[in-house]
Design a protein around this ligand. Sequence first.
Ligand code: HEM
Ligand code: HEM
Length: 180
Amino acid sequence: MLKNSATSYGWVSIALHWIMALLIFFLFGLGLYMVELTYYDAWYKGSLDLHKSLGLVTLFTLIFRVFWRFINPSPADLPGPRWEKLSAHYMHIGLYALLLILMVSGYLISTADGRAIAVFELISVPALPWGIDNQEDIVGELHEVLAWLLISMVAVHALAAIKHQFINKDNGLGRILKSH
Ligand code: HEM
Ligand code: HEM
C-alpha cells in the first residue's frame, strides 16, 4: 500500500521517514566534523557544500513529507494511556517543527553574506534581501543548539518506539518498517 490507512503507514510515509532519518544522522555527523576543519584541510569547502546541499534536499523532502501527511489518514494511536498518546503526538509535531527551524537557521547562516546556495550545482537558492548584524554567528550558535536538541529528542522518540515493540508488544516499531 502506498498511502496510509487507518491502521498502517503506507510505503511512501515509511520511505520518507527512513530516508530523512539517514539524511539527518549524516548531516549531524558531517556538521560536527566539518566545523573542526580549517581552511587548509582539503575537504574544508567540499564538506560545507555537501552539508548545505544535503541540508536543503532534506528541507525539500520535509515540505513534501508534511504535504503527504496532510493528504493521508494518520494511523490510529498505539494503545496506551492518554498521556502517552498525547506525548507521542506532541513529539511528532515537535520533531517536524524543530527540523524546519533547524534547516531555516542553516539557510540563514549560509546566506548571511548575501550569497545564494548552490544545491549540488543544480538549483540556486537565493539569499534574502535583508539580514541582521552578526547573523552568521548568532544563527550559527542557534543551529548548533537546535541540532543537539533534535538528536536528543530523536533518542527519546526511538526509545519510545523500542519500548512499544518489545515491552508493550504492540508492533509499534514494526508499523514504521513495513506496510500491510
Ligand atoms: C537536519 C538538518 C541539519 C542538521 C542535523 C545540521 C547539523 C549541523 C551541525 C551539528 C553543525 C555543527 C555545529 C557546530 O558544532 O558548530 C552544523 C553546522 C552548519 N550547518 Fe547544519 N545541519 C542541518 C541543516 C543545515 C542546512 C539546511 C544548512 C544550510 C543550507 C546548514 C548549514 C550549516 C552551516 C553553514 C554550518 C556551519 C556553521 C558554523 O560554522 O558555525 N545546515 N549543522
Ligand atoms: C532523525 C531521526 C528521526 C526523525 C526526525 C523521526 C521523526 C518521526 C516523525 C515526525 C514521526 C511521525 C510520523 C507521522 O507524521 O505520523 C515518526 C514516526 C515514527 N518513528 Fe521516527 N524519526 C526518526 C528516527 C526514528 C528511529 C531511529 C526510530 C526507531 C528506532 C523511529 C521510530 C518511529 C516509529 C515507530 C514511528 C511511528 C509512530 C506511531 O506509530 O505512532 N524513528 N518519526
